[in-house]
Design a protein around this ligand. Structure first.
Ligand code: ADP
Ligand code: NA
Length: 350
């Protein structure tokens, strides 16, 4: 079977927010103790929504700084930006020919981001999941830590891997480059692994602080809707104080959060930041008013996020160091990518 390998990416667009941290980056850090990991700043993805971005280089450095400030070790693992390794684009092209247009049309992220004027969205925005599949499968990664919003894209990655393995099964067997793997109850054979999403922790879908039914997002017009990783203590306090809630106290059982999305969201954030379970948080704060819970959440958030923000700022100022991390990571990623692409070219017949 495949050697376990973790891959994930974050786009260098806009400010990183608490959702990115709790849903993704924090899990990247947790995984690095027991796995080989590749963490990528996916700059080629970021031009799908907006092509001209004069601050792309500084955004790329800023996400890299966030990875390192959160605790990712770039010596033990690989940290790089996507556009340095051209094999991502090469494999994405092949996957564009594996995937079907109907698969892409069903993606909810495309529908959300393209909005009403779909005909005017970039072709890259439609093909986004195909590039994402290439990012992951280029390294034959087996596990991908992401937030819940990426689940559909990861299912598509599995479909692309399975179709490639199946369409080229004869050639893969002839070249002897296939690997056996367990998928559910079945044993399958192929060149690409059927990747497992890792959607873990009490905050896999952090919601907007203004609307409990909308996910916290970089693209939300209201800055009050999200806590940015670089917000200072006063800003974090203000945003949590202003966060929408209902008038009831916190319930004494987890079940009581069911139809209370705003309360549920804040409990999830508290749990994730404190490394405790939701049950635990409810057993401590059940029956308490938000006037008690919110200040506790402010203290916790400031304590956890301020050191990351400080370290991010320190690293961002050291562009030479950040660039050397990306260069070194790009070389190591590129070596793996090229070894795998050699085989892919042979399988396809290039
Ligand atoms: P965004 O969705 O903010 O544009 P990305 O697409 O770069 O950011 O996503 C980076 C990672 O952050 C992905 O794994 C994604 O699932 C995760 N993520 C984004 N928003 C949230 C959220 N509100 N809650 C949990 N995870 C999230
Ligand atoms: Na996203």
């Amino acid at each position: 079977s495949f050697k376990p390998l973790v891959f994930s990416g974050v786009q260098p667009t806009g400010n990183l927010h608490l959702g990115n941290y709790l849903g993704a980056i924090r899990n990247f850090v947790a995984l690095q103790d027991h796995h080989d990991c590749i963490y990528c700043v996916v700059d080629m993805h970021s031009i799908t929504a907006q092509l001209v971005q004069p601050d792309l280089p500084s955004q790329t450095r800023s996400i890299t700084a966030a990875f390192l400030a959160a605790g990712i070790d770039p010596k033990k693992h690989i940290v790089f930006n996507q556009s340095r390794v051209m094999q991502h684009a090469e494999l994405a092209w092949i996957f564009n020919c594996v995937a079907r247009i109907g698969w892409m049309n069903r993606m909810t992220q495309f529908k959300d981001k393209a909005g009403k004027d779909r005909e005017n969205a970039s072709l890259g925005l439609l093909a986004y999941p195909s590039l994402m599949a290439a990012d992951i499968l280029l390294y034959r990664a087996t596990h991908v830590p992401v937030g819940e919003d990426q689940k559909q894209h990861l299912e598509l990655t599995r479909d692309i891997a399975a179709k490639f393995n199946n369409d080229f099964s004869t050639k893969i067997a002839e070249l002897g480059v296939g690997v056996e793997m367990e998928v559910g109850q079945e044993t399958v054979h192929g060149f690409f692994p059927i990747t497992e999403p890792l959607i873990e922790g009490p905050a896999t879908r952090v919601m907007s602080l203004r609307e409990g039914t909308k996910k916290m997002s970089k693209s939300d017009a209201s800055d009050l809707s999200r806590i940015n990783l670089t917000d200072d203590a006063d800003t974090i306090a203000k945003k949590i104080r202003k966060a929408k809630t209902d008038p009831a106290p916190l319930p004494s059982e987890l079940d009581g959060l069911k139809d209370r999305p705003e309360a549920d969201n804040l409990v999830g954030i508290y749990a994730a930041l404190s490394g405790r379970s939701r049950e635990d948080v409810i057993s401590e704060f059940g029956g308490q008013q938000f006037s008690v819970f919110k200040p506790a959440l402010v203290d916790l958030a400031v304590n956890k996020l301020a050191p990351i923000a400080d370290e991010m700022r320190r690293l961002e100022a050291d562009t030479a160091y950040i660039d050397s991390v990306l260069r070194d990571g790009g070389e190591r990623a590129g070596a793996i990518a090229e070894a795998n692409m050699k085989t892919v070219r042979e399988i396809v017949g290039f």
